[in-house]
Ligand binder design. Sequence first.
Ligand SMILES: Nc1ncnc2c1ncn2[C@@H]1O[C@H](COP(=O)(O)OP(=O)(O)OP(=O)(O)O)[C@@H](O)[C@H]1O
Ligand SMILES: O=P(O)(O)OC[C@H]1O[C@H](OP(=O)(O)OP(=O)(O)O)[C@H](O)[C@@H]1O
Ligand SMILES: O=C(O)c1cccnc1
Length: 478
Amino acid sequence: MEVASKPIFNTLNRPALYTDFYELTMAQGYFLSGRKDEQACFNYFFRDLPFDGGYVVFAGLGDFLEILENFRFHDDELEYLKEQGFRPEFLEYLKDFELEVSIDSVKEGEIVFPLEPVVQVRGNIIQTQLLETLLLNILNFESLIATKAARLKYAAGERKVLDFGLRRAQGFGGIQASKAAIIGGVEATSNVYSSFVHGIPASGTMAHSWIQSFDDEITAFRKYAEYYPDNCILLVDTYDTLASGVPNAITVAKELEEKGHKLQGIRLDSGDLAYFSRKARNQLDRAGLDYVKIAVSNQLDERLIKSLLGQEAPIDLFGVGTRLVTGHETPALDGVYKLTSVNNEPKLKISENVEKITLPGNKKLIRYYDDRGRFYGDGIMLKEEGTVDTIYHPYYPAKHTKVTDFESEMLLYEVMRNGELTDGVPTPGDSAKYAKQRLEKLNAEHKRFDNPHIYKIGISKKLMDLRDELAQSLKKNN
Ligand SMILES: Nc1ncnc2c1ncn2[C@@H]1O[C@H](COP(=O)(O)OP(=O)(O)OP(=O)(O)O)[C@@H](O)[C@H]1O
Ligand SMILES: O=P(O)(O)OC[C@H]1O[C@H](OP(=O)(O)OP(=O)(O)O)[C@H](O)[C@@H]1O
Ligand SMILES: O=C(O)c1cccnc1
């Protein structure tokens, strides 16, 4: 079959077919069986923490809400669906489609944990179903990369981390990856497109090609410094880092000083980065250039950054590409979108694996604080419940915690009501600020890379009983 190709960027303006085929066949099925006005509730949650880590930084809400603004079916899309065999009466329904769903979500940048209803979509069953793939595609990817960025930043501490990943990203996902990286805590990106469309800070150094293009290294350095005297990071490893690169950078730094400027830094991109950074720091300091920063890159990740700083490498800035934007070594966040009620009747998915039985009903999510104002644990309960005294381990109810003495906070906000945004789209800057504040409230034992302490998640007795009773009756009937 021949498919006319369409510019990929149109996806943002025309998201309705950015979905899996079965969403449309199910939607048509609901329509044909006269169920189009049934009210459904779906929950977005994940089960496994990526990177064997202790938390997830939630991201993607801004892009999701923005894209929903354009969710409608255009004539050529309806024509395509007609060719795929969809019925005229359903296509007529889609022609007049206007999004009317309501969405509860935690804030972008929130720290979230397994099983939590991070996003809850309410509305008619056709509309809520049709959003599944789009929502999962955006939220799973951006949350994965924001989480990776937070881990890199945790390893780097006060030192800066730059995103260098566009060239190694999974295609156009690089646009989202760079934004998510900023939300997770990275300071700036080399990705100009993402900077342009998302209003995030762009930054960069120079490539080996610049230096290779000149007859000698010093001329390459001088020329760059001439054009960018206040924003110049010289790549020093093209020929011989310590015998040529750093001495030439020192010469240029001195020339800049004479003209009233300061060399910003040097970048190391190969070899033993601890050894070379120490030697380079020594050479720079001996030349009176203690203000010149040292940037490093080369297949870095959070563990390598931690290791380099453990080796007391005098590094000020880490450029991270591949392993940031590809979410190395977790290819995807396993977030799912599960039906939890139809016409206010709670729904459940049973599994042989008890940990895969879903939590039914329309919910709320509460965070409890310890006496130092740090996150103590989270409670998942039914929306209609009042104050809850005790939260129970989702699978081992003998493990429970009394929560009456803790300060608490509701985490879900209605971000869309009947298809209208309630409070605009979160900006990456605001989400990054929020993620930073929230990560400060998360205890270090949940942030460490090796065997992080498991964060306490509990469910209310009512929710547990509802789940167990429903599971029993479904098993009897099926
Ligand atoms: N002191 C260090 N401790 C731990 N890892 C390091 C240290 N220095 C560098 N690394 C990392 O080790 C890897 C080195 O990669 P590799 O052996 O391919 O060397 P290279 O310098 O990239 O060689 P080249 O670029 O010349 O091919 C990179 O991921 C780099 O970040
Ligand atoms: O290693 P990553 O974490 O993926 O970071 C990005 C890499 O991309 C660049 O190398 P590349 O060889 O593509 O170009 P260059 O000439 O600028 O070094 C840069 O020098 C980094 O090494
Ligand atoms: O600006 C840089 O130094 C840069 C940008 C992309 C990839 N690697 C390095």
